[in-house]
Design a protein around this ligand. Structure first.
Ligand code: IMP
Length: 429
């Protein structure tokens, strides 16, 4: 049984949670491989809305086991809050159903304080991070001074490491950023409690997955963020601090490439982004309002984690080709097709003009990308509401043409299209 992957093909918020939910029903294990509670996954089940940040969305299916992989940065306070919310709603989150890789790195209050201090210092050139401590936690990981979940099994060592960690971060916070110091004893006491509550959840993640795969169990790697937030392949420095791409799955779970089956790219039928950085097909004015929604529905384009209105624009196929190449996508799932109903003419960015030259790839440097002008192809829109349609042939011809155009231009088959937020509002191709 292979490892299938769900990868965001844009800047995150593509609707990966709902696709994970769709596939989790036939999957034994759903594993998160990167990012932390900067992610926000909204899943709607029979009108019930679940908003998850850290626990894989597979948890909503009773027969699925979930793993938080080593590539994740884990805030234990957020995890316990999410576990409590799910327990309240009747979902079992015991150690049989939820597991944490021992070598997952922990986020602490010091990482969050540093994230805030650094963003404030950046001023106008702020990245627009989610202020969840993600960057500082990954910085500690790569500086080889991070705290890992395995410390939950060793309370004395955990206490010592927390004391040393807070002492060091307090120096930086107070002397460099003029911020308030943290109380090391209070943090140590809090983390001792977390350890008690979470130590039974620890596993050797890579060994656990290997055994499962060899026993014929299926694994789904649940993406967070998206290809254009990848530290190497995204719009650096306006990116997150991990690898949400397919390479990140292998590193973030400890699984080899021969196990990989499907690499499913998820893309919205248009484009959105939160935070700073270039966005060639960005729209403002009436059409932006139209695509974003007013914010009164959970699926409107407002951040699940931060509540910020998302920047929106036309679909950008230069981006999707980049995502197909970087990730080796075997298929694409297009979400939110219903949002485009009622638009007379739909534009799709298919190339860029850079300093007078037409290019069909995504330049990696921000100055070049900032000068890129979108080259649009205009396609016919459709007026019909498509939310109740379940067969491709029943979609208006213009909607079918739109999907076919995406597949042709990216060279990746489209295998499903979502036409509404509900579990059942999907057309399988
Ligand atoms: P950080 O991951 O909090 O450091 O934020 C870095 C950038 O990634 C910011 O532009 C965030 O808005 C963006 N970002 C992080 N996580 C997500 C996500 O799940 N969806 C969309 N954008 C995200």
């Amino acid at each position: 049984m292979p490892l299938d992957m769900i990868i965001g093909a844009q800047w995150g918020d593509e609707g990966k949670g709902r696709v994970t939910d769709m596939l989790a029903a036939q999957t034994d294990i759903v594993a998160r491989y990167s990012g932390g509670d900067n992610a926000g996954h909204t899943v709607t089940v029979q009108g019930d809305i679940f908003k998850l940040h850290l626990i894989p969305s597979g948890i909503i299916h009773p027969n699925t086991t979930c793993l938080i992989g080593n590539g994740v940065v884990l805030n234990p306070a957020v995890l316990l809050r999410e576990m409590a919310m799910l327990t309240d709603r009747g979902i079992d989150v015991g150690p049989k159903r939820l597991k944490i890789s021992r070598n997952t790195h922990l986020i602490t209050p010091a990482h969050i304080a540093l994230d805030k201090a650094k963003e404030a210092r950046r001023g106008d050139s702020a990245i627009g991070t989610t202020l969840r401590g993600i960057g500082p936690a990954y910085t500690d990981k790569t500086s080889r001074v991070g705290l890992r979940a395995e410390l939950f099994a060793n309370p004395e060592e955990l206490a010592d490491q927390i004391q040393a960690h807070i002492a060091e971060k307090n120096e930086v916070l107070t002397k460099i950023y003029g911020a308030e110091p943290l109380d090391a004893d209070a943090v140590a006491a809090e983390y001792a409690q977390f350890a008690q509550r979470l130590r039974d959840y620890l596993v050797y993640g890579s060994v656990y997955l290997d055994k499962a795969l060899k026993n014929g169990r299926s694994v789904l790697a649940e993406g967070a963020q998206g290809t254009f937030l990848d530290l190497d392949h995204g719009t650096y420095p306006f990116v997150t601090s991990s690898a949400p791409t397919s390479g990140g799955v292998l590193v973030g779970l400890g699984v080899g490439p021969r196990m990989v089956g499907r690499v499913i790219g998820i893309a919205k039928a248009f484009t959105s982004r939160v935070g700073g950085g270039p966005f060639p097909s960005e729209l403002d004015g009436e059409m932006a309002h139209r695509l974003r929604g007013t914010g009164d529905k959970p699926w409107d384009e407002y951040g699940t984690t931060t509540g910020r209105p998302r920047r929106v624009g036309w679909l950008d196929l230069v981006m999707l080709r980049h995502a197909a190449r970087i990730n080796g996508l075997t298929e694409l799932v297009i979400t939110k097709l219903d949002i485009l109903s009622g638009i007379d003419e739909i534009r799709v960015c298919n190339a860029y003009k850079l300093d007078g030259e037409t290019i069909d790839f995504y330049p990696s440097d921000i100055p070049s990308l900032s000068r890129c002008q979108p080259v649009y192809k205009t396609l016919a829109g459709w007026q019909e509401d498509v939310m109740d349609i379940r067969e491709l042939a029943d979609l208006p011809q213009a909607a079918q043409d739109y999907i076919q155009f995406i597949a042709n231009e990216t060279g990746v088959p489209v295998t499903a299209v979502s036409v509404g937020p509900g579990r059942e509002q999907v057309i399988h191709l």
